[in-house]
Design a protein around this ligand. Structure first.
Ligand SMILES: Nc1ncnc2c1ncn2[C@@H]1O[C@H](COP(=O)(O)OP(=O)(O)O)[C@@H](O)[C@H]1O
Ligand SMILES: [Mg+2]
Length: 391
């Protein structure tokens, strides 16, 4: 046996951030320390099939990996449970890529023999179905350590309305906001508008509680636009937030650790569009990143302190990027949101901030894998309570 840990890097997924995930994964796979880790690559297609991929890493970002993985599926063949372990010891030709479902993966992980087990999963998945606690629940049931936050932290980090309740409890300043459910938007939009107009001024921000990549986010300048914005956001989630507009600079901070997390230096996003919308993030290529952000030292320390508090109050683990606004006129710091699996290409803000703070990209990956194992071992300490004698 090599003594190396077997790490399953999972990428793609059923989310609006599928493409970003592939780019993040390609970077991670190019930089993971192969002297320490044996790597298994698993791509999740947009229609939810799990494919074992063992081709060139360079084909992941472009999406070419999928056809290559599918071409290796023997016709009509499903993976057996043992093959589902995706073992290097198995017959590679046979086991290559047979389109596992999440359920198969779970079964497979449970039936693996010790020598074949995946030691750690690195779910490089952003957004719904990857960053929201759903897949984390699967890993819990399968009994495999995984990088990042657990079920609770992931779900809370994804759900902006719930995260805000906890940020408030932790004493982290944030803008005023209101939450509405979709049924009410559909049935009684006039009363919602009245409530918003009584509490906030135009412009205001409207967004789905659970989403990402600025999908469904609008800046509403008047009543008419507010109606459109509410209807748009309600397409993406059952709950919709309306927020006070903060005229702020966008500042981000990386957090790393489990129970004793640390914060990086901070960076600034200078959006190329009116706000940091989907186009500014991924298409227009007109936004800038500035590391470190040019801010007074006191403001930087406040942000780092709030970032750690945010991470702790949502029970996050491993990593998170916490996003803030610094008001352009008052200099006051407001939290915007937390991302429990932030973009992870080698030019993404999360790893870049750590690089600036003294942790190079490759080392960061190793630390995250170690943190996953540490958290798993810690959790194991409380799972041995045997109730059988009481039944
Ligand atoms: N209350 C707000 N005030 C000012 N700008 C906002 C506000 N909320 C969101 N934005 C702008 O919209 C972008 C996306 O919103 P965000 O809440 O971060 O959603 P996502 O999870 O999709 O990134 C932010 O980066 C920022 O540019
Ligand atoms: Mg954001």
């Amino acid at each position: 046996m090599s003594g190396k840990k077997k790490v399953a890097v999972i990428f793609g997924g059923q989310s609006s951030e599928h493409e970003v995930s592939r780019l993040s994964a390609e970077s991670i796979l190019k930089n993971i320390d192969r002297t320490k880790y044996d790597v298994v690559m698993i791509g999740i297609t947009k229609d939810g099939r799990w494919l074992h991929y063992d081709g060139p890493v360079e084909k992941i970002g472009s999406g070419e990996w999928q056809a290559m993985a599918e071409a290796r599926i023997p016709s009509g063949k499903r993976l057996s449970l043992e093959e589902g372990c995706l073992s290097k010891k198995g017959n590679e030709k046979e086991t290559a890529a047979a389109g596992l479902s999440a359920e198969d993966f779970l079964n497979a992980a449970g039936s693996c023999t010790e020598s074949k087990k995946i030691d750690v999963v690195f779910p490089v998945l952003h957004g719904c179905n990857g960053e929201d606690g759903t897949i984390q629940g699967l890993f819990e049931l399968a009994g495999v350590p995984y990088v990042g936050s657990g079920v609770l932290g992931s779900a809370l980090g994804m759900d902006k309305a719930y995260a805000k309740i906890l940020f408030e409890k932790a004493g982290i300043p944030q803008g005023k906001y209101l939450v509405f459910n979709r049924k009410r938007i559909e049935r009684d939009i006039d009363s919602i508008i009245d409530e918003v107009e009584a509490a906030l001024e135009y412009p205001c921000f409207v967004k789905p509680s659970n989403a990402g990549s600025s999908v469904g986010v609008s800046k509403a300048y008047n009543r008419e636009k507010l109606i459109e914005a509410l209807e748009l956001a309600a397409k993406y989630d059952r709950r919709v937030l309306v927020e006070e507009f903060i005229d702020g600079r966008e500042i981000e901070c990386s957090v790393l650790g489990n129970d004793e997390p640390i914060a990086s230096t901070v960076g600034e996003i200078i959006p190329g569009n009116e706000f940091y919308d989907y186009n500014a993030k991924y298409l227009d290529n007109n936004s800038l990143i500035k590391i470190p952000a040019d801010l007074p030292e006191g403001t930087v320390e406040t942000i780092r302190d709030y970032a750690v508090k945010a991470f702790k109050c949502l029970d996050c683990a491993g990593l998170s990027r916490v996003d803030f606004f610094v008001h352009k006129k008052t200099g006051k710091v407001y939290i915007n949101e937390i991302n429990t699996m932030p973009g992870f290409t080698n030019i993404s803000m999360y790893p870049k901030l750590w690089e600036e703070s003294g942790i190079p990209y490759g080392e960061l990956i190793s630390r995250l894998i170690e943190l996953a194992i540490e958290r798993f071992e810690d959790n194991k300490r409380c799972s041995n309570f045997d109730v059988s004698g009481r039944l």
